[in-house]
Design a protein around this ligand. Structure first.
Ligand SMILES: [Zn+2]
Length: 224
């Protein structure tokens, strides 16, 4: 069934809501007009060690944070559609949109069990649907790590060292890969994933995040 038709039908049973304020919106919309006007697009430059480029959709601030929170808590079914759609829009026309495969940031199985889903995978699927790029969960996280938010930048790097494994190298070898995450703060997680992907043969790795947190602000619970 056509994607938008499916959303229209679902809308009759479960009205589509703005993931920031909860107001009912049209099934094709990402946010309500009021919230959309308050969200700040990410326009800065950010470098991730080992990555060939970084693209962010929004600056992470108090306006967008309810949508990220709801996506992580699974409360709002529209979060991945809205945030993934915005990331796809930010990526469109950039070299990253030419990627051959999208890889979501993996969760450890305990975190996956607790949450029930990987929010980065939901975002990756939406970006892939819009840009016509296949999604592959090529990297897994067999090692449980300390929450990144409790650590300094150096400690974050050490914490993640060896935490990820490429489970299907054939999906990424020789390819241009787009790594997708919900929120990027210091970029430690994405940097470690870039290194792991390149060691497994990925030719080019771009990183895309729905939100980029300003480094100067107090760290919040969404840090990665
Ligand atoms: Zn709203």
């Amino acid at each position: 069934m056509d994607f938008l038709l499916k959303r229209r039908l679902l809308h009759l049973l479960y009205p589509t809501r703005c993931p920031v304020c909860g107001q009912v919106i049209l099934p094709k919309e990402h946010f309500c007009k009021d919230c959309r006007g308050k969200l700040r697009p990410f326009t800065g430059k950010f470098t991730i060690e080992g990555a060939d480029g970084f693209i962010g959709a929004f600056e992470y601030d108090e306006e967008i944070s309810p949508a990220v929170f709801l996506l992580k808590k699974g409360v709002c079914g529209n979060g991945a559609y809205a945030l993934g759609g915005a990331l796809a829009e930010a990526l469109r026309g950039t070299p990253a949109a030419q990627s051959q495969v999208i890889v979501p940031t993996p969760l450890h199985k305990e975190d996956l069990r607790e949450r029930g889903y990987n929010q980065s995978l939901l975002i990756a699927k939406e970006v892939g649907r819009i840009l016509g790029i296949p999604v592959c969960q090529a990297v897994t996280k067999p090692t449980e790590t300390l929450p990144q938010k409790t650590l300094s930048k150096n400690e974050r790097q050490v914490n993640l060292c060896g935490a990820f494994t490429v489970s299907c190298p054939e999906a990424i070898a020789g390819k241009q890969v787009l790594l997708v995450d919900d929120v990027c703060t210091t970029g430690s997680t994405l940097a470690e994933l870039c290194q792991v992907l390149k060691s497994a043969g990925a030719k080019v790795v771009f990183c895309g995040a729905c939100c980029k947190t300003p480094l100067i602000e107090k760290r919040g619970e969404n840090d990665d």
